[in-house]
Ligand binder design. Sequence first.
Ligand code: PEP
Length: 250
Amino acid sequence: MPRQFFVGGNFKMNPGSREQKQALVKVLNEANIDGSTEVVIAPPSLYLIPLKEIVRKDIQVAAQNCYVKNSGAFTGEISPVQLVDAGIPYVILGHSERRTLFHETSELVAQKTRAAIDASLKIILCVGETLQEREAGETAIVVQKQLQAAVDLLKESDYSQIVVAYEPVWAIGTGKVATSAQAQEAHADIRSYLAKAVSPAVAESTRIIYGGSVTAANCKELSTQPDVDGFLVGGASLKPEFVDIINAKK
Ligand code: PEP
């Protein structure tokens, strides 16, 4: 079965005001969107419920993070069960900003992934190498290690809830997009790793999306690559061009 194209918008800690949020939603609600693409937007947690209420129903909402526990004395955290209770179907885990700025290890990301799956959330699991790691020829091994931590805690049936986002750190928010050959190579490596570490069926069905300075100008070429199943978009998801990225395959 062909993998459904997937486009996620990671709003990060944006938009800065309620008016900007409403303007963004207006663009999406009025847009002509490719119905064969799965679309998810991830606003800050404060806006999850209000945004879900005003955005069109064929666009789903994702949290940008969650904790490993379902309740308790964990000030400032949101639990997987709370997200499900609020009707939020997806969570982004392991984003490079969480790994770098908030010191999240692959082991913690794996535990969060396990907890999110147990709560019936779907996960956009982010992995990717730094520039230094790429220049040292370590891309495949770094990405494998990040994935391995999660693979160790998952069973084969869990992968239907996972979208893997390959996001090279050097491309996130920098305007330096990976070439389509670089993206394809990394995605193919992830797929062959999944075939070996989990199963050929999981490798074939799991969506692997690319993130890192995707724009309306570069999305079409990237989307022609056989192992690029969509995008995770940061900066451009706050602009009208997000619609063109959603429609990259149209
Ligand atoms: C991201 O934050 O996941 C991302 C890919 O950002 P940008 O598109 O701005 O590079």
